[in-house]
Design a protein around this ligand. Structure first.
Ligand SMILES: [Zn+2]
Length: 363
């Protein structure tokens, strides 16, 4: 099978994709992904970096090398934008903030470890409590944080559909704990929380924040209306569809994702879409449509599986929907999102069995 763009290994060369915007590829090794695009937005104050890769020394080295190639050093970085709370996007942010005092921009609901899981699935409750504490400093709605924390505590033990929650190994958890004790947590503190519609001045342009919940609840995209440039994060990727997690505070995460695709497809005048993985592309609205179509096909497939299986667990559905190499927490989570979407639309029903598992039936 041909390799997808998103799987290509990171190239060292940097490309200017628009005036003052450089695409820099950082190496990552995750299922289905070979690189993450870190975009450098240049202005007379220095640079903003969007999505600075995974945590760890390899990323730090790659960031320094790429900046050097562009005639820059870490000290020139005044802002880091994180499109969403996955480690391949925020990994270098805490490092850059420590080194350079860079401002960290992310959605107000930015949280790591809650909504899903790759490659490090879930952080412990106290990691999250620490993060929630940081949030409380900037979030005027502590009630939300409380609800969130309770949900997290529940999910740390069981998933909503009654499966085992994926957790990282003991070594990883100890490493994270040690990092936190040393004040070197890789989870960045968001110093500039943003919401839908907010405007940011970066690279001598004005960008509008578009909140696009779906892949994660805290996902944002940035849009420069003057030149029609759209920074898409993982919301819209050129040839793969982003994972949709069922582990969400939202009742119908798939529906949220559809609404976010519509919101983005309706933006007029987009000329260039800059995704976090894969190559820049032009027709954003068409790509949004194709991704929706993919999910409608998946929903049909889920209904067909239901007819074949009769009443079944989320895991059983996921084993029919995904190939064996993808089985596990993520596949179940996405299957659950699809089943819940059907249920909310009256096309499926569910109940809990004696072991606390959700059993779904599609008509
Ligand atoms: Zn990603």
């Amino acid at each position: 099978m041909a390799r997808k763009q998103e799987q290509e290994p990171a190239r060292e060369e940097i490309t200017e994709v628009a005036r003052g915007i450089l695409r820099m590829e950082l190496p990552i090794r995750m299922p289905g992904l070979g690189h993450v695009n870190m975009y450098a937005l240049l202005d007379d104050r220095g640079a903003t970096l969007v999505d600075p890769g995974l945590p760890g020394p390899a990323t730090r080295k790659a960031i320094r090398e790429r900046l050097h190639q562009a005639g820059l050093a870490p000290r020139h970085v005044h802002t880091v934008v994180v499109t969403h709370s996955h480690p391949d996007h925020f990994g270098g942010a805490a490092y850059l903030a420590r080194e350079t005092g860079a401002e960290v921009v992310a959605h107000r609901s930015f949280r790591f470890g809650v909504l899903e899981s790759r490659p490090e699935p879930e952080v412990s409750v106290d990691d999250l409590a620490a993060q929630a504490q940081a949030d409380e400093d900037v979030d005027p709605e502590p009630g939300d944080v409380q609800t969130h924390r309770r949900a997290i505590e529940r999910w740390n033990h069981r998933t909503p559909w009654g499966g085992e929650h994926p957790k990282p190994g003991l070594r990883t958890r100890l490493k994270w704990r040690a990092a936190r004790w040393l004040g070197r947590s890789f989870i960045p503190v968001v110093t500039r929380p943003v919401v839908q519609g907010e405007r940011l001045k970066l690279a001598g342009r004005e960008w509008q924040v578009t909140h696009t919940p779906g892949h994660t609840e805290d996902h944002i995209c940035l849009h420069d209306a003057d030149e029609g440039i759209f920074l898409a994060g993982d919301h819209v990727l050129p040839t793969i569809t982003p994972h949709i997690s069922g582990l969400s505070l939202s009742k119908d995460p798939l529906d949220n994702f559809f609404a976010s695709l519509d919101r983005v497809a309706a933006i007029p005048g987009v000329q260039l879409c800059l995704p976090a993985h894969g190559h820049p592309f032009e027709d954003l609205a068409a790509r949004c449509e194709a991704i929706k179509r993919h999910h409608y096909e998946r929903l049909e497939r889920v209904k067909a599986i239901g007819r074949e299986l009769g009443p079944a667990t989320v895991q059983a559905f996921s084993h029919k929907l995904f190939k064996p190499r993808s089985w596990g927490g993520m596949a179940e989570s996405e299957t659950y999102a699809h089943l819940e979407h059907l249920r909310q639309g009256g096309e499926a029903t569910c109940h809990r069995d004696g072991r606390g598992r959700l059993i779904y039936e599609t008509g």
